[in-house]
Design a protein around this ligand. Structure first.
Ligand SMILES: *Cc1c(COP(=O)(O)O)cnc(C)c1O
Length: 373
């Protein structure tokens, strides 16, 4: 793998290796966790920063047929890659957008009474298209309230005009398997599915799939697990998909008591050898993952060993302590996250989640895709 990513990147300070084989394997692994369901793929936000074009092609090849995106623009881009995939747009239907949805065969996830009214008006005018309806079971972002759901269930002509739809809700706390909100939402969702007999239903994101068969319903909606992040806190992540690396720009010695980086937040406790790496917060590597005298930061992986960061992460640079790693040289590559440093570990040091690191990967990385077939 290392030899493969060397080529043609001599000028880059930072690079990403995106393993589409791992992505496909992860999709198959999530599908195996929910054998009675159809496993879709959530590819919003440029497939969690991995690149929706290559990612969707790999997922289509693995057998994925249903996709969820956030916005109509994301849906239209995905449509250009597959004429047959079912594409649901989670943000719902913007005012006046029904013809555009129809043009790209996008399915709005209708999340308000107004959106439903607009979609029904479009269909009553002879417009076509399939949709989902989002029901709120406790998150209070999008979706019909319990009263609105009851009203829809009782309105036969509205239901008729709407045609068959996917019944959708979303779990707020699935990443905490013991959280009581999970069972509360499951029970509310069961009541909703019972009110719409014959309709397919979809509740589970990645962590929801990991909650077990009760939560899986007809269609699952995994995102983060496909991209190598952790779904629930209880299970290990699947294969890492994204490896981020930064080049060693310089190696220097510094004495005990010297300080490193902006703000002089860390003072060396021993004579140290420091490697300065060519990536920083402009590349989406969070400043919060840096190190201070009070709080140790994240580590990088160099020459087969872990090297802790020293001092603050700056815009284009970060510094790692390589005192205990012999032979580190200018031009070497340090793994920021990947096989050896899990992305969730870095996210933890930055008080965030793998989702934010992936979707924040900056444009300066040289990107290389492997195992796309
Ligand atoms: C983003 C999203 C998902 C995917 O969530 P993961 O935790 O990444 O698996 C599923 N459903 C909805 C409604 C979403 O917004």
């Amino acid at each position: 793998m290392d030899a493969a990513i060397e080529t043609g990147m001599a000028l880059d300070s930072a690079r990403l290796l995106i393993d589409l084989g791992a992505l496909a394997d992860n999709w198959r692994s999530v599908a195996a966790l929910a054998p009675a369901s159809e496993t879709s793929a959530v590819v919003k936000a440029d497939a969690y920063g991995t690149g929706v074009g290559p990612a969707a092609k790999a997922l289509l090849k693995a057998g994925c047929r249903t996709f969820f995106v956030a916005t109509p623009a994301e849906g239209a881009e995905l449509r250009s890659l597959s004429s047959t995939a079912a594409i649901y747009v989670l943000d719902g239907l913007p005012t006046g957008a029904a013809p555009t949805f129809h043009q790209h065969a996008l399915r709005p996830v209708l999340g308000t009474v107004d959106e439903i009214a607009e979609w029904v008006a479009w269909r009553n005018d002879g417009g076509k298209g399939e949709a989902a309806v989002h029901f709120d079971t406790g998150m209070n972002r999008l979706g019909l309230t319990a009263d609105e759901a009851t009203a829809l269930a009782g309105d036969a002509s509205l239901r008729e005009a709407l045609g068959p739809f996917l019944v959708v809700s979303h779990l707020a706390c699935a990443d905490e398997p013991g959280h009581p909100a999970n069972v509360t939402q499951l029970n509310r969702f069961r009541a909703i599915t019972a009110a719409f007999p014959g309709m397919a239903a979809s509740l589970a994101n990645s962590a929801g799939v990991q909650l077990g068969a009760d939560y899986q319903f007809a269609v699952t909606r995994p995102g983060i697990l496909l991209y190598g992040g952790q779904g629930s806190t209880e299970r290990p992540p699947l294969r890492p998909v994204v490896t981020a690396e930064a080049r060693v720009l310089s190696v220097r010695e510094a004495p005990t008591g010297a300080v490193v980086g902006y703000g002089a937040t860390e003072r060396l406790r021993r004579p140290s050898r420091l490697a300065t790496l060519g990536a920083g917060y402009a590349d989406g590597y969070h400043r919060m993952a840096g190190s201070t005298d009070q709080k140790r930061g994240a580590s990088v992986f160099l020459s087969g060993r872990r090297a802790p960061l020293v001092g603050r992460v700056s815009m284009d640079l970060m510094v790692a302590d390589v005192t205990d790693i012999p032979g580190v040289m200018r031009g070497d590559w340090a793994e920021l996250f990947g096989e050896n440093i899990l992305i969730d570990e870095v996210a933890g040091h930055a008080a965030t989640i793998a989702y934010e690191l992936l979707t924040g990967l900056g444009p300066r990385y040289a990107r290389r895709y492997v195992h796309g077939g």
